[in-house]
Design a protein around this ligand. Structure first.
Ligand code: ADP
Ligand code: MG
Length: 158
């Protein structure tokens, strides 16, 4: 587990950027946090770290947005799924078990179908206005390897 304190939206995005640099094909990131926690800022950083230059916004209505970077990037927001089967119909599992990097907001919506290997990133409000607590947990070997690489980048930059 890795616990980080972010004191600005830019820091949260930078953390995401280092994850994007550390990411490997097949990585699934579950990004959790309340509305306004900073999920979109984090996701935009991940995209930047993967070398994606086009603008990245939460796919609230489309559910899945696909981008081409160093690796394919699948950004999903499952908030609007009314039942898990709807997610399966959209082929979400094919993305998860494919060769890109999947970043999933509101993964709770598909809890019955969770993979065994994923990197969990939880963003919580801190006690001060621009403060966020970010907790990272790796489940499985690939996520653990990515986490080690990500953490190293974080520590190199202080
Ligand atoms: P979400 O996608 O989780 O709803 P957003 O990334 O869209 O959240 O918005 C986060 C909001 O919180 C933005 O208005 C941002 O400026 C603000 N904010 C303040 N401090 C932070 C921080 N440390 N990290 C991320 N966002 C922050
Ligand atoms: Mg958002």
């Amino acid at each position: 587990m890795w616990q980080i304190v972010s004191n600005s939206p830019e820091t949260t995005a930078l953390l995401g950027e280092w994850l994007g640099q550390a990411a490997e094909a097949g990585l699934i990131v579950f990004l959790q946090g309340d509305l306004g926690a900073g999920k979109t800022h984090f996701a935009q950083g991940v995209a930047r770290g993967l070398g994606i230059t086009e603008p990245v916004n939460s796919p609230t209505f489309t559910i899945i947005n696909e981008y081409r970077g160093r690796l394919p990037f699948y950004h999903m927001d499952l908030y609007r799924l009314t039942e898990p089967e709807e997610g399966l119909m959209l082929g979400i599992e094919e993305y998860w078990y494919g060769d890109g990097v999947s970043l999933v907001e509101w993964p709770e919506r598909l809890e019955e179908y969770w993979p065994t290997h994923f990197l969990q990133v939880e963003i919580q409000y801190g006690t001060e206005e621009n403060q966020r607590y970010i907790t990272v947990t790796a489940f499985g070997a690939l996520p653990a390897r990515v986490l080690a690489c990500w953490r190293q980048k974080g520590e190199e930059h202080g």
